[in-house]
Design a protein around this ligand. Structure first.
Ligand code: GDP
Ligand code: MN
Length: 379
C-alpha cells in the first residue's frame, strides 16, 4: 500500500520525524487559504502515486498569493506519468543547505533490514547507485536486535554528511527505523532529507509503502487502502474477491493459481502476444468464480481473446468444465475463448467441453499451443 507524500508525512510525524507544516487540498481557493494561514513562501506539491514530481513541474515554490494561485491551478489536473493530479499539498517552504537521501527497506536475500543513506540526495537514488555507488552508505539491521544509536551514528558518519547534520540525522534515522518497524512498512524513504542553513535536519519528501497484511494491527490504515489507485477493472475484480492485475495487452488471462497465471502471462509473450491482465481464480473454479472472472475480462475493451488455463489439482477437471459451460451461459462474451485443461480428471473435463466447442470456444492440448491460438485470435 503506497501512501501519498502528505499521508507519508503524517505517518512520519506520528513518530516524531520533523516535517513541514502543511495541508492537503483539492481546489485553488483552499490552497490559497492554506498558504495565507501558513505564511509565504510555500511549496505547492502534486500528490500522486509516483516520483519525479519536481522534474514534471509538480513541485513549485510560491512567494505570494498570485504565485500560489497560479501554481495550484497549473498543478491541479496535471498529468504526471499518467497520474492526473487531484490533490495538492501546500506546505511551508524550507531553506535548503544540503539535500540527502535516507531509506529503510527489506533486503530479502540478506534476510535483514537495509538502511541506505547518501549525501547525494534530491536526485533519484537509482542514478546515484549507477554513477557513484560509493556515495551510498548501507547498514544491515537484524530485526531481532534492532538499530542501536551507536550503529546508527557510525552509519551516518560513513555517509559523509556535513558534520553539522550528524546529530539531527541520527535522531531522524532512529525515528525512521521505529516508524518502519512498528508501523509495519515495507519501505520508508526520505528524499530529500535536508540540512537547513540553521543546522536542523528535516524530511522534505516522504515515500512510504505499508504492508497491507498488517492492516489488522493498524485499523487507521483502512483510510490508505481506500485511496489506493486502482483501475476500474481492478476495482470490479477486487469486489468479486479475484486476484487481478490489469496489464497493457489484448489477451485476457484466467488461470487457477498465481504461479500458473504468471507462467501464462510469460508464455503469451513468448509466442508474441501480450496479456491484458493477470487473474488468479484460486484453487476452485466454480461457475460463480468463473462467471465473475469472465465478466471482469469481458468488460475490458482491449481484450480480443481469452485464454483459460487450468491445471486441476484438488479441483477436478469435470468441475472446471461444468463451471466454464455454466459461466458462458451467464455472460455474453465478445471475444473467443481458448481453453487448456490439464491435471486431475482432465479427460473427463475435456469430454464435457467437447460438444460445446465452436469458433467462440476452442480447446488446445498444451499451454503453448493454447497461448499461440489465443495470440493469433487477438491479432
Ligand atoms: P519529487 O520530485 O517527486 O521527489 O518531489 P520532492 O518533494 O522531493 O521535491 C523535489 C525537489 O523540490 C526537492 O529535491 C527540492 O530541491 C525542491 N523542494 C521541495 N520542497 C522545497 C522547499 O520547501 N524549499 C525549496 N527551496 N525547495 C524545495
Ligand atoms: Mn523526492
Amino acid at each position: 500500500m503506497d501512501l501519498l507524500e502528505y499521508q507519508g508525512k503524517q505517518f512520519f510525524a506520528q513518530y516524531g520525524i520533523p516535517v513541514s507544516d502543511g495541508e492537503a487540498c483539492t481546489d485553488v481557493d483552499t490552497a490559497v487559504a492554506v498558504a495565507e494561514r501558513i505564511g509565504y513562501p510555500v511549496v505547492v506539491k502534486a500528490q500522486v502515486h509516483t516520483g519525479g514530481r519536481g522534474k514534471a513541474g509538480g513541485v513549485k515554490l510560491a512567494a505570494n498569493t498570485e504565485e500560489c494561485r497560479e501554481h495550484a491551478s497549473n498543478i491541479l489536473g496535471l498529468d504526471i506519468k499518467g497520474h492526473i493530479v487531484e490533490i495538492i499539498w501546500v506546505e511551508s517552504a524550507s531553506d535548503i543547505a544540503e539535500e540527502y537521501y535516507a531509506s529503510f527497506t527489506l533486503d530479502r536475500s540478506a534476510k535483514l533490514h537495509l538502511g541506505m543513506l547518501s549525501a547525494e540526495g534530491g536526485v533519484e537514488i537509482e542514478s546515484v547507485a549507477d554513477t557513484n555507488p560509493d556515495a551510498i552508505a548501507k547498514i544491515h539491521v537484524n530485526p531481532v536486535d534492532g538499530l542501536s544509536e551507536e550503529a546508527c551514528r557510525a552509519w551516518v558518519e560513513a555517509a559523509n554528511l556535513n558534520p553539522k547534520a550528524t546529530d539531527g540525522a541520527v535522531d531522524i534515522l532512529m525515528k525512521l527505523y521505529t516508524a518502519y518497524t512498528e508501523g509495519d512498512a515495507d519501505m520508508v524513504e526520505i528524499n530529500p532529507l535536508i540540512l537547513k542553513p540553521t543546522g536542523e535536519v528535516h524530511a522534505l519528501d516522504a515515500k512510504v509503502s505499508l504492508d497491507s497484511n498488517a492492516v489488522y494491527r493498524h485499523p487507521d490504515y483502512e483510510q490508505y487502502d481506500a485511496s489506493q489507485p486502482r483501475d476500474e477493472r481492478e476495482t470490479a475484480a477486487h469486489e468479486k474477491g479475484l486476484q487481478y492485475v490489469g496489464l497493457e495487452g489484448t489477451i485476457g488471462v484466467i488461470a487457477n493459481g498465481a504461479g500458473l497465471a504468471m507462467s501464462t502471462v510469460d508464455v503469451i509473450s513468448q509466442v508474441g502476444g501480450a496479456a491484458a491482465n493477470f487473474l488468479d481464480i484460486g484453487g476452485g473454479a466454480s461457475a460463480d468464480v468463473m462467471a465473475g472472472a469472465l465478466e471482469v475480462i469481458n468488460n475490458d475493451p482491449s481484450v480480443k481473446s481469452i485464454f483459460i488455463n487450468i491445471f486441476g489439482g484438488i479441483t477436478r477437471g469435470e468441475e472446471v468444465a461444468n463451471g466454464i459451460i455454466e459461466a458462458m451461459g451467464r455472460v455474453k462474451l465478445d471475444s473467443p475463448i481458448v481453453i487448456r485443461l490439464d491435471g486431475t480428471n482432465a479427460e473427463e473435463g475435456r469430454s464435457i467441453l467437447a460438444p460445446a466447442l465452436n469458433d467462440m470456444l476452442m480447446m488446445e492440448s498444451t499451454m503453448l499451443s493454447a497461448a499461440a491460438k489465443a495470440a493469433e485470435l487477438a491479432k
